[in-house]
Ligand binder design. Structure first.
Ligand code: MV4
Length: 447
Protein backbone atom coordinates (compact mmCIF):
# COMPACT_ATOMS: atom_id res chain seq x y z
CA UNK A 1 0.00 0.00 0.00
CA UNK A 2 1.07 3.56 -0.71
CA UNK A 3 0.14 6.06 2.01
CA UNK A 4 2.28 9.11 1.22
CA UNK A 5 3.45 10.26 -2.21
CA UNK A 6 6.22 12.73 -2.88
CA UNK A 7 5.64 14.62 -6.13
CA UNK A 8 9.01 15.25 -7.76
CA UNK A 9 7.79 18.02 -10.05
CA UNK A 10 6.30 21.52 -10.22
CA UNK A 11 3.65 23.53 -12.04
CA UNK A 12 0.44 22.17 -13.50
CA UNK A 13 1.55 18.51 -13.45
CA UNK A 14 2.38 18.68 -9.72
CA UNK A 15 -1.18 19.92 -9.12
CA UNK A 16 -2.57 17.24 -11.39
CA UNK A 17 -0.87 14.50 -9.36
CA UNK A 18 -1.86 16.14 -6.04
CA UNK A 19 -5.51 16.04 -7.07
CA UNK A 20 -5.34 12.32 -7.78
CA UNK A 21 -3.60 11.62 -4.45
CA UNK A 22 -6.25 13.56 -2.53
CA UNK A 23 -9.05 11.68 -4.27
CA UNK A 24 -7.40 8.39 -3.28
CA UNK A 25 -6.89 9.47 0.35
CA UNK A 26 -3.09 9.48 -0.02
CA UNK A 27 -0.98 12.09 1.82
CA UNK A 28 1.19 14.37 -0.33
CA UNK A 29 4.63 15.92 -0.17
CA UNK A 30 5.62 18.76 -2.50
CA UNK A 31 9.24 19.53 -3.27
CA UNK A 32 10.30 22.92 -4.58
CA UNK A 33 13.24 25.10 -5.49
CA UNK A 34 13.75 28.45 -3.76
CA UNK A 35 12.19 30.08 -6.85
CA UNK A 36 8.96 28.12 -6.30
CA UNK A 37 8.29 28.83 -2.60
CA UNK A 38 5.02 30.61 -3.59
CA UNK A 39 3.88 28.04 -6.12
CA UNK A 40 0.42 26.45 -5.93
CA UNK A 41 1.77 22.91 -5.65
CA UNK A 42 3.55 23.90 -2.43
CA UNK A 43 0.39 25.48 -1.01
CA UNK A 44 -1.86 22.54 -1.84
CA UNK A 45 0.36 19.70 -0.63
CA UNK A 46 0.12 18.40 2.93
CA UNK A 47 3.85 18.99 3.45
CA UNK A 48 6.64 20.56 1.46
CA UNK A 49 10.43 20.40 1.35
CA UNK A 50 12.75 22.94 -0.27
CA UNK A 51 15.28 20.94 -2.29
CA UNK A 52 17.62 23.60 -3.63
CA UNK A 53 18.30 26.71 -5.69
CA UNK A 54 16.40 27.64 -8.88
CA UNK A 55 18.34 25.77 -11.60
CA UNK A 56 16.65 22.41 -12.26
CA UNK A 57 19.89 20.46 -12.03
CA UNK A 58 20.29 21.66 -8.43
CA UNK A 59 16.69 21.04 -7.37
CA UNK A 60 14.11 19.11 -9.46
CA UNK A 61 16.87 16.97 -11.00
CA UNK A 62 18.82 16.50 -7.77
CA UNK A 63 18.27 12.82 -6.96
CA UNK A 64 20.00 12.95 -3.57
CA UNK A 65 17.89 15.86 -2.38
CA UNK A 66 14.70 14.13 -3.49
CA UNK A 67 15.61 10.87 -1.77
CA UNK A 68 16.47 12.86 1.36
CA UNK A 69 13.07 14.59 1.18
CA UNK A 70 11.42 11.15 1.06
CA UNK A 71 13.39 10.01 4.12
CA UNK A 72 12.60 13.19 6.08
CA UNK A 73 8.86 13.08 5.36
CA UNK A 74 8.39 9.31 5.33
CA UNK A 75 7.02 9.28 1.79
CA UNK A 76 6.76 5.69 0.56
CA UNK A 77 6.40 6.51 -3.15
CA UNK A 78 7.46 9.13 -5.70
CA UNK A 79 5.44 10.36 -8.67
CA UNK A 80 7.85 11.98 -11.15
CA UNK A 81 5.28 13.72 -13.38
CA UNK A 82 6.70 14.32 -16.87
CA UNK A 83 10.09 15.74 -17.84
CA UNK A 84 12.71 16.03 -15.04
CA UNK A 85 13.39 12.53 -13.60
CA UNK A 86 10.37 10.79 -15.14
CA UNK A 87 12.42 8.69 -17.60
CA UNK A 88 15.61 8.40 -15.57
CA UNK A 89 16.37 4.69 -15.01
CA UNK A 90 19.06 5.46 -12.44
CA UNK A 91 16.51 7.41 -10.36
CA UNK A 92 14.13 4.42 -10.47
CA UNK A 93 17.01 2.13 -9.36
CA UNK A 94 18.03 4.41 -6.49
CA UNK A 95 14.45 4.70 -5.19
CA UNK A 96 14.18 0.93 -5.38
CA UNK A 97 17.40 0.56 -3.35
CA UNK A 98 15.85 2.80 -0.69
CA UNK A 99 12.61 0.84 -0.58
CA UNK A 100 10.67 3.73 -2.11
CA UNK A 101 8.13 2.96 -4.85
CA UNK A 102 8.74 4.68 -8.18
CA UNK A 103 5.34 5.38 -9.74
CA UNK A 104 6.29 4.33 -13.24
CA UNK A 105 7.73 1.40 -15.17
CA UNK A 106 10.68 -0.79 -14.14
CA UNK A 107 14.14 0.72 -14.60
CA UNK A 108 14.80 -1.96 -17.25
CA UNK A 109 11.80 -0.89 -19.33
CA UNK A 110 12.86 2.76 -19.05
CA UNK A 111 16.34 1.80 -20.29
CA UNK A 112 15.08 -0.28 -23.20
CA UNK A 113 12.85 2.54 -24.46
CA UNK A 114 15.44 5.24 -23.76
CA UNK A 115 17.78 3.70 -26.31
CA UNK A 116 16.00 4.21 -29.63
CA UNK A 117 17.58 1.14 -31.30
CA UNK A 118 16.66 -1.30 -28.52
CA UNK A 119 13.22 0.37 -28.33
CA UNK A 120 12.64 -0.28 -32.02
CA UNK A 121 13.96 -3.86 -31.86
CA UNK A 122 11.73 -4.54 -28.86
CA UNK A 123 8.67 -3.00 -30.52
CA UNK A 124 9.26 -5.05 -33.67
CA UNK A 125 9.68 -8.28 -31.68
CA UNK A 126 6.37 -7.54 -29.92
CA UNK A 127 4.50 -7.23 -33.22
CA UNK A 128 4.38 -3.44 -33.53
CA UNK A 129 4.93 -2.12 -37.09
CA UNK A 130 8.16 -0.09 -37.30
CA UNK A 131 9.63 2.33 -39.88
CA UNK A 132 11.77 0.45 -42.42
CA UNK A 133 15.41 1.04 -41.58
CA UNK A 134 18.78 -0.25 -40.45
CA UNK A 135 19.04 -3.23 -38.12
CA UNK A 136 20.81 -1.39 -35.31
CA UNK A 137 23.67 1.07 -35.43
CA UNK A 138 24.95 2.53 -38.71
CA UNK A 139 28.70 3.13 -39.07
CA UNK A 140 29.97 5.61 -41.70
CA UNK A 141 31.58 2.80 -43.73
CA UNK A 142 28.27 0.88 -43.99
CA UNK A 143 25.97 3.85 -44.49
CA UNK A 144 25.80 3.81 -48.30
CA UNK A 145 24.98 0.12 -48.58
CA UNK A 146 22.26 0.41 -45.92
CA UNK A 147 20.80 3.57 -47.48
CA UNK A 148 20.59 1.93 -50.93
CA UNK A 149 18.76 -0.98 -49.39
CA UNK A 150 16.26 1.29 -47.58
CA UNK A 151 15.91 3.66 -50.53
CA UNK A 152 16.29 7.47 -50.48
CA UNK A 153 15.35 9.77 -48.85
CA UNK A 154 16.69 8.43 -45.55
CA UNK A 155 16.80 9.93 -42.06
CA UNK A 156 19.79 9.56 -39.70
CA UNK A 157 18.79 9.54 -36.03
CA UNK A 158 20.71 9.45 -32.74
CA UNK A 159 20.38 6.19 -30.80
CA UNK A 160 20.37 8.13 -27.53
CA UNK A 161 18.11 10.81 -29.01
CA UNK A 162 14.42 11.51 -29.13
CA UNK A 163 12.61 14.78 -29.49
CA UNK A 164 14.22 15.41 -32.86
CA UNK A 165 17.73 16.38 -31.78
CA UNK A 166 20.56 15.08 -33.97
CA UNK A 167 18.32 14.09 -36.92
CA UNK A 168 19.57 14.58 -40.49
CA UNK A 169 17.82 13.88 -43.81
CA UNK A 170 19.78 12.66 -46.83
CA UNK A 171 17.79 13.01 -50.07
CA UNK A 172 20.35 11.18 -52.19
CA UNK A 173 23.75 9.46 -52.19
CA UNK A 174 25.61 12.77 -52.49
CA UNK A 175 24.12 14.06 -49.22
CA UNK A 176 24.66 10.86 -47.27
CA UNK A 177 28.16 10.99 -45.85
CA UNK A 178 27.80 14.54 -44.59
CA UNK A 179 24.39 13.74 -43.05
CA UNK A 180 25.90 10.77 -41.20
CA UNK A 181 28.93 12.67 -39.90
CA UNK A 182 26.86 15.72 -38.83
CA UNK A 183 24.32 13.49 -37.10
CA UNK A 184 27.13 11.64 -35.29
CA UNK A 185 28.85 14.79 -34.04
CA UNK A 186 25.54 16.39 -33.00
CA UNK A 187 24.57 13.20 -31.17
CA UNK A 188 27.93 13.14 -29.37
CA UNK A 189 27.57 16.79 -28.33
CA UNK A 190 23.95 16.43 -27.20
CA UNK A 191 23.93 12.96 -25.61
CA UNK A 192 27.59 11.96 -25.14
CA UNK A 193 26.99 9.05 -27.53
CA UNK A 194 27.67 9.21 -31.27
CA UNK A 195 25.74 6.08 -32.25
CA UNK A 196 23.21 6.67 -35.05
CA UNK A 197 20.73 4.55 -36.99
CA UNK A 198 18.93 5.00 -40.30
CA UNK A 199 15.29 4.99 -41.37
CA UNK A 200 13.25 5.58 -44.50
CA UNK A 201 12.29 9.28 -44.35
CA UNK A 202 8.52 9.80 -44.33
CA UNK A 203 7.83 13.19 -45.88
CA UNK A 204 4.27 14.09 -44.80
CA UNK A 205 3.24 11.93 -41.86
CA UNK A 206 0.95 12.65 -38.95
CA UNK A 207 2.16 12.06 -35.39
CA UNK A 208 -0.28 9.67 -33.77
CA UNK A 209 0.38 8.11 -30.36
CA UNK A 210 -1.42 5.35 -28.48
CA UNK A 211 -1.98 5.54 -24.70
CA UNK A 212 -1.39 2.29 -22.83
CA UNK A 213 -1.41 1.24 -19.17
CA UNK A 214 -0.08 -2.08 -17.86
CA UNK A 215 -0.16 -3.70 -14.43
CA UNK A 216 3.28 -5.36 -14.68
CA UNK A 217 1.73 -8.82 -14.55
CA UNK A 218 0.71 -9.23 -18.15
CA UNK A 219 -2.54 -7.26 -18.14
CA UNK A 220 -2.66 -4.09 -20.22
CA UNK A 221 -5.21 -1.78 -21.83
CA UNK A 222 -5.10 0.84 -24.56
CA UNK A 223 -7.04 4.10 -24.31
CA UNK A 224 -7.10 5.02 -27.96
CA UNK A 225 -4.85 7.50 -29.70
CA UNK A 226 -3.97 11.18 -29.74
CA UNK A 227 -3.06 13.18 -32.83
CA UNK A 228 -0.15 15.46 -31.93
CA UNK A 229 0.82 16.57 -35.42
CA UNK A 230 0.40 20.28 -34.63
CA UNK A 231 3.81 21.15 -33.22
CA UNK A 232 6.61 23.63 -33.67
CA UNK A 233 10.28 22.69 -33.25
CA UNK A 234 9.25 19.41 -31.63
CA UNK A 235 7.07 21.22 -29.08
CA UNK A 236 3.45 20.13 -29.27
CA UNK A 237 0.97 22.99 -29.42
CA UNK A 238 -2.49 21.44 -29.99
CA UNK A 239 -3.45 17.80 -29.52
CA UNK A 240 -6.67 15.93 -30.21
CA UNK A 241 -8.33 12.65 -29.36
CA UNK A 242 -9.43 10.94 -31.46
CA UNK A 243 -7.22 11.58 -34.46
CA UNK A 244 -9.28 13.20 -37.25
CA UNK A 245 -7.45 10.84 -39.63
CA UNK A 246 -8.60 7.49 -38.22
CA UNK A 247 -11.82 5.52 -38.29
CA UNK A 248 -12.96 3.26 -35.46
CA UNK A 249 -11.58 0.08 -37.07
CA UNK A 250 -8.10 1.58 -37.49
CA UNK A 251 -8.24 2.88 -33.90
CA UNK A 252 -9.13 -0.48 -32.42
CA UNK A 253 -6.62 -2.33 -34.59
CA UNK A 254 -3.57 -0.22 -33.66
CA UNK A 255 -4.78 0.03 -30.04
CA UNK A 256 -5.06 -3.76 -29.74
CA UNK A 257 -1.58 -4.22 -31.30
CA UNK A 258 -0.16 -1.87 -28.65
CA UNK A 259 -2.06 -3.36 -25.71
CA UNK A 260 -1.02 -6.83 -26.81
CA UNK A 261 2.61 -5.79 -27.01
CA UNK A 262 2.42 -4.37 -23.48
CA UNK A 263 0.91 -7.65 -22.21
CA UNK A 264 3.82 -9.61 -23.68
CA UNK A 265 6.34 -7.13 -22.23
CA UNK A 266 4.60 -7.23 -18.80
CA UNK A 267 4.78 -3.45 -18.89
CA UNK A 268 3.87 -1.62 -15.69
CA UNK A 269 2.50 1.91 -15.61
CA UNK A 270 1.31 4.42 -18.18
CA UNK A 271 3.09 4.67 -21.50
CA UNK A 272 2.72 6.16 -24.93
CA UNK A 273 3.63 4.40 -28.14
CA UNK A 274 4.46 6.97 -30.82
CA UNK A 275 3.83 6.40 -34.50
CA UNK A 276 4.20 8.22 -37.73
CA UNK A 277 1.08 7.67 -39.83
CA UNK A 278 1.18 8.04 -43.60
CA UNK A 279 -1.04 6.66 -46.39
CA UNK A 280 -3.07 4.57 -43.97
CA UNK A 281 -0.04 2.88 -42.37
CA UNK A 282 1.44 3.12 -38.87
CA UNK A 283 5.19 3.16 -38.23
CA UNK A 284 6.54 2.97 -34.65
CA UNK A 285 9.18 5.59 -33.84
CA UNK A 286 9.51 5.72 -30.03
CA UNK A 287 7.86 4.81 -26.74
CA UNK A 288 7.58 7.23 -23.82
CA UNK A 289 7.58 5.49 -20.45
CA UNK A 290 5.81 8.28 -18.55
CA UNK A 291 2.56 10.20 -18.24
CA UNK A 292 2.43 12.81 -21.02
CA UNK A 293 1.41 16.47 -20.98
CA UNK A 294 -1.54 15.74 -23.29
CA UNK A 295 -3.00 12.86 -21.22
CA UNK A 296 -6.16 14.85 -20.28
CA UNK A 297 -7.68 14.52 -23.76
CA UNK A 298 -7.54 10.75 -23.34
CA UNK A 299 -9.14 11.11 -19.92
CA UNK A 300 -11.86 13.28 -21.46
CA UNK A 301 -12.90 10.69 -24.06
CA UNK A 302 -12.61 7.65 -21.76
CA UNK A 303 -13.56 9.00 -18.32
CA UNK A 304 -10.53 7.16 -16.89
CA UNK A 305 -8.18 8.99 -14.52
CA UNK A 306 -4.70 8.00 -15.71
CA UNK A 307 -2.94 9.10 -12.52
CA UNK A 308 -5.32 6.94 -10.46
CA UNK A 309 -4.37 4.01 -12.70
CA UNK A 310 -0.64 4.77 -12.34
CA UNK A 311 -0.93 4.78 -8.54
CA UNK A 312 -3.05 1.61 -8.54
CA UNK A 313 -0.62 -0.41 -10.64
CA UNK A 314 2.43 0.94 -8.74
CA UNK A 315 0.94 -0.34 -5.49
CA UNK A 316 0.02 -3.73 -6.96
CA UNK A 317 -3.70 -2.97 -7.01
CA UNK A 318 -4.16 -3.71 -10.71
CA UNK A 319 -6.03 -1.80 -13.39
CA UNK A 320 -9.51 -0.51 -12.54
CA UNK A 321 -10.95 -1.53 -15.93
CA UNK A 322 -10.63 -4.24 -18.54
CA UNK A 323 -10.35 -3.39 -22.23
CA UNK A 324 -13.98 -4.39 -22.84
CA UNK A 325 -15.22 -1.90 -20.25
CA UNK A 326 -13.59 1.11 -21.90
CA UNK A 327 -16.05 3.30 -23.80
CA UNK A 328 -14.73 6.00 -26.14
CA UNK A 329 -17.01 8.98 -26.12
CA UNK A 330 -16.85 12.19 -28.16
CA UNK A 331 -13.88 14.32 -29.07
CA UNK A 332 -11.36 16.34 -27.04
CA UNK A 333 -8.79 19.02 -27.89
CA UNK A 334 -5.98 20.36 -25.72
CA UNK A 335 -4.38 23.77 -26.26
CA UNK A 336 -1.05 24.26 -24.52
CA UNK A 337 -0.90 27.66 -22.86
CA UNK A 338 2.70 28.79 -22.77
CA UNK A 339 4.07 32.03 -21.33
CA UNK A 340 5.49 32.89 -24.75
CA UNK A 341 4.96 35.25 -27.63
CA UNK A 342 2.22 33.57 -29.74
CA UNK A 343 4.19 34.03 -32.97
CA UNK A 344 7.88 33.87 -32.08
CA UNK A 345 7.49 31.58 -29.05
CA UNK A 346 10.05 33.66 -27.16
CA UNK A 347 9.46 33.05 -23.42
CA UNK A 348 7.58 35.77 -21.53
CA UNK A 349 8.04 35.29 -17.78
CA UNK A 350 6.65 37.90 -15.36
CA UNK A 351 3.62 38.64 -13.19
CA UNK A 352 0.10 37.61 -14.15
CA UNK A 353 -1.98 40.72 -13.43
CA UNK A 354 -5.40 39.27 -14.34
CA UNK A 355 -6.43 35.64 -14.61
CA UNK A 356 -9.87 34.32 -15.43
CA UNK A 357 -10.31 30.69 -16.40
CA UNK A 358 -13.30 29.65 -18.50
CA UNK A 359 -15.85 27.09 -17.32
CA UNK A 360 -18.99 25.25 -18.32
CA UNK A 361 -19.76 21.78 -19.63
CA UNK A 362 -16.87 19.98 -21.27
CA UNK A 363 -14.18 22.42 -20.10
CA UNK A 364 -11.08 21.57 -18.05
CA UNK A 365 -8.26 23.93 -17.18
CA UNK A 366 -5.11 22.35 -15.70
CA UNK A 367 -2.83 25.14 -14.58
CA UNK A 368 -0.52 25.99 -11.72
CA UNK A 369 -0.84 29.76 -11.89
CA UNK A 370 -3.11 32.38 -10.31
CA UNK A 371 -3.68 36.14 -10.42
CA UNK A 372 -0.63 37.87 -8.94
CA UNK A 373 1.63 34.85 -9.56
CA UNK A 374 5.09 35.68 -10.85
CA UNK A 375 6.30 33.16 -13.43
CA UNK A 376 9.97 32.43 -12.73
CA UNK A 377 12.32 32.44 -15.73
CA UNK A 378 14.07 29.14 -14.91
CA UNK A 379 11.66 26.49 -16.16
CA UNK A 380 9.55 25.30 -19.07
CA UNK A 381 7.12 27.97 -20.28
CA UNK A 382 4.02 25.72 -20.12
CA UNK A 383 1.76 27.43 -17.56
CA UNK A 384 -1.48 25.66 -18.26
CA UNK A 385 -3.58 23.52 -20.52
CA UNK A 386 -7.07 24.10 -21.83
CA UNK A 387 -8.94 20.88 -22.52
CA UNK A 388 -12.32 20.96 -24.23
CA UNK A 389 -14.60 17.98 -24.80
CA UNK A 390 -17.67 17.67 -27.03
CA UNK A 391 -19.88 14.86 -28.32
CA UNK A 392 -18.49 15.39 -31.81
CA UNK A 393 -15.42 17.15 -33.22
CA UNK A 394 -17.66 19.95 -34.50
CA UNK A 395 -19.20 20.47 -31.06
CA UNK A 396 -15.73 20.40 -29.51
CA UNK A 397 -14.46 23.07 -31.93
CA UNK A 398 -17.53 25.29 -31.36
CA UNK A 399 -17.00 24.96 -27.61
CA UNK A 400 -13.30 25.74 -27.95
CA UNK A 401 -14.12 28.97 -29.82
CA UNK A 402 -16.51 30.01 -27.02
CA UNK A 403 -14.01 29.10 -24.30
CA UNK A 404 -11.05 30.91 -25.89
CA UNK A 405 -13.12 34.10 -25.85
CA UNK A 406 -13.62 33.74 -22.07
CA UNK A 407 -10.03 33.04 -21.11
CA UNK A 408 -8.16 36.05 -19.68
CA UNK A 409 -4.45 35.99 -18.84
CA UNK A 410 -2.97 39.49 -18.62
CA UNK A 411 0.47 40.81 -17.72
CA UNK A 412 2.46 38.35 -19.81
CA UNK A 413 2.31 37.11 -23.39
CA UNK A 414 0.70 33.71 -23.92
CA UNK A 415 -0.04 31.38 -26.81
CA UNK A 416 -3.83 31.97 -26.43
CA UNK A 417 -4.02 34.33 -29.48
CA UNK A 418 -2.51 31.60 -31.69
CA UNK A 419 -5.44 29.33 -30.83
CA UNK A 420 -7.87 32.13 -31.73
CA UNK A 421 -6.27 32.02 -35.19
CA UNK A 422 -6.18 28.24 -35.50
CA UNK A 423 -9.84 27.80 -34.51
CA UNK A 424 -10.81 29.90 -37.55
CA UNK A 425 -8.59 28.06 -40.04
CA UNK A 426 -10.20 25.84 -42.68
CA UNK A 427 -7.51 23.09 -42.61
CA UNK A 428 -7.87 22.84 -38.84
CA UNK A 429 -11.67 22.75 -39.17
CA UNK A 430 -11.26 19.88 -41.64
CA UNK A 431 -8.67 18.08 -39.49
CA UNK A 432 -6.44 18.25 -42.53
CA UNK A 433 -2.86 18.68 -41.26
CA UNK A 434 0.45 16.82 -40.93
CA UNK A 435 3.58 17.32 -38.78
CA UNK A 436 4.79 20.20 -40.98
CA UNK A 437 1.48 22.09 -41.18
CA UNK A 438 1.97 24.46 -38.22
CA UNK A 439 5.49 25.55 -39.13
CA UNK A 440 4.36 26.20 -42.71
CA UNK A 441 1.33 28.15 -41.44
CA UNK A 442 3.49 30.28 -39.11
CA UNK A 443 5.95 31.04 -41.92
CA UNK A 444 3.11 31.87 -44.34
CA UNK A 445 1.25 34.17 -41.94
CA UNK A 446 4.34 35.93 -40.50
CA UNK A 447 4.44 39.68 -41.27
C1 MV4 B 1 10.81 10.75 -38.47
C2 MV4 B 1 10.28 11.63 -39.43
C3 MV4 B 1 10.18 11.19 -40.73
N1 MV4 B 1 10.60 9.94 -41.06
N2 MV4 B 1 11.20 9.51 -38.84
C4 MV4 B 1 11.02 13.88 -34.89
C5 MV4 B 1 11.19 13.64 -33.44
C6 MV4 B 1 11.31 12.20 -33.22
N3 MV4 B 1 10.48 11.82 -32.13
C7 MV4 B 1 10.93 11.56 -34.50
N4 MV4 B 1 10.79 12.60 -35.47
C8 MV4 B 1 10.58 12.33 -36.78
N5 MV4 B 1 10.93 11.10 -37.18
C9 MV4 B 1 11.09 9.13 -40.11
N6 MV4 B 1 11.51 7.90 -40.45
C10 MV4 B 1 9.88 12.91 -39.02
C11 MV4 B 1 10.03 13.27 -37.68
C12 MV4 B 1 9.55 14.58 -37.34
C13 MV4 B 1 8.46 14.76 -36.49
C14 MV4 B 1 7.82 13.69 -35.86
C15 MV4 B 1 6.76 13.88 -35.02
C16 MV4 B 1 6.28 15.15 -34.77
C17 MV4 B 1 6.89 16.21 -35.37
C18 MV4 B 1 7.98 16.05 -36.22
C19 MV4 B 1 8.58 17.15 -36.83
C20 MV4 B 1 9.65 16.97 -37.66
C21 MV4 B 1 10.14 15.69 -37.91
Amino acid sequence: MISKILIANRGEIALRVLRACKELGIATVAVHSTADANAMHVRLADESVCIGPPPSRDSYLNIHQIVAACEITGADAVHPGYGFLSENAKFADILDAHGITFIGPTADHIRIMGDKITAKETAKSLGIPVVPGSAGEVLPENALEIAREIGFPVLIKATAGGGGRGMKVAKNEEELSEAVSTARSEALAAFGNDAVYMEKYLSKPRHIEVQVVGDGEGNAIHLGERDCSLQRRHQKVWEEANSPALNVEQRMKIGEICADAMRKLKYRGAGTIEFLYENGEFFFIEMNTRLQVEHPITEAITGIDLVHEQIRVASGGGLSVTQDEIVFSGHAIECRINAEDPRTFVPSPGTITHFHAPGGLGVRVDSGVYQGYKIPPYYDSLIGKLIVHGRTRVECMMRLRRVLDEFVIDGIKTTLPLFQDLINNQDIANGDYDIHWLENYLAKTAE
